[in-house]
Design a protein around this ligand. Structure first.
Ligand SMILES: [Fe+2]
Ligand SMILES: [Fe+2]
Length: 253
């Protein structure tokens, strides 16, 4: 019931938002043409329109972030988990060599990685013990579900969010899910979010486990270098570990 409501609401928000955005784009294009043969008064109107566009973009970011929190809230994870994942992702992206713009986009969309969890039954999502193989199969569907939810939009922003939802459980060695994509066939946004998400999850209390000590987390990340995670990203993580710990400190639960 709850899941249907959330999905229903989400789809409505998506639809309304898409319509509003399409309207805005049409307006902007029209306005742009006028501007070519325009006077100061029209230029002022255009500036106002740009301001409006920025406001809509900010709203989009807010919607995306809030939606992302839903997945985490359902599994009783804190809002700060997605916030930290966002910050770690951006830092990894910049150090990896992505542009400021792409790194910022990743920061905005990485909180959406678990949105598909809205469709996973509570009994599984919050099970305080290890999953049965059947339960794990159900749990794994959250990646594809998240992709399907987000991929309905033609907006670049939500398209990228869809990619992150789809690929954040893929592994560098190809043993991940849902598709078992390997190495650089995994989108860099997916590779980065995987590291950020796991680093944060290990250091946090979850219904099925308590937080790990730092030493154990670092050993794990190192041991998964080239297995679960892209080697270059693990190297970046350890080279800049102080900055990652500072983010963790700034966004404590
Ligand atoms: Fe996930
Ligand atoms: Fe997560």
């Amino acid at each position: 019931m709850l899941d249907d409501d959330l999905l229903g609401n989400f789809e409505k928000v998506q639809r309304d938002f898409q319509e509003a955005t399409n309207r805005l784009i049409r307006d902007l294009k029209r306005q742009n043409k006028i501007l070519e043969r325009t006077d100061k008064r029209q230029r002022k109107e255009f500036d106002e329109l740009m301001k409006l566009k920025k406001e809509i973009e900010d709203t989009q970011k807010e919607v995306v972030f809030t939606m992302g929190s839903i997945g985490e809230t359902r599994s009783r994870e804190t809002g700060n988990h997605v916030r930290r994942v966002a910050e770690y992702s951006k830092l990894l992206a910049l150090k990896y060599g992505l542009s400021e713009e792409d790194s910022e986009i990743l920061k905005e969309v990485s909180p959406m990685h678990d949105i598909g969890k809205v469709a996973i039954p509570d009994a599984i999502l919050n099970k305080p013990a290890k999953f049965t193989p059947e339960e794990f199969e159900i749990m794994k569907t959250h990646a594809k579900i998240g992709f399907d939810m987000l991929n309905v939009s033609k907006r670049k922003f939500l398209k990228m969010a869809a990619v992150v939802a789809y690929e954040h459980h893929e592994r560098w060695d190809g043993d991940g899910y849902p598709r078992g994509v390997k190495g650089s066939d995994i989108h860099i946004f997916g590779r980065i979010t995987a590291v950020a998400d796991v680093f944060d999850a290990l250091g946090s209390n979850r219904v099925y486990k308590s937080a790990w000590e730092d030493g154990r987390i670092f050993d794990f990340l190192q041991s998964e270098r080239g297995k679960q995670f892209e080697p270059k990203l693990i190297d970046i993580f350890f080279k800049n570990i102080g900055e990652f710990l500072k983010i963790r400190d700034n966004f404590k639960d």
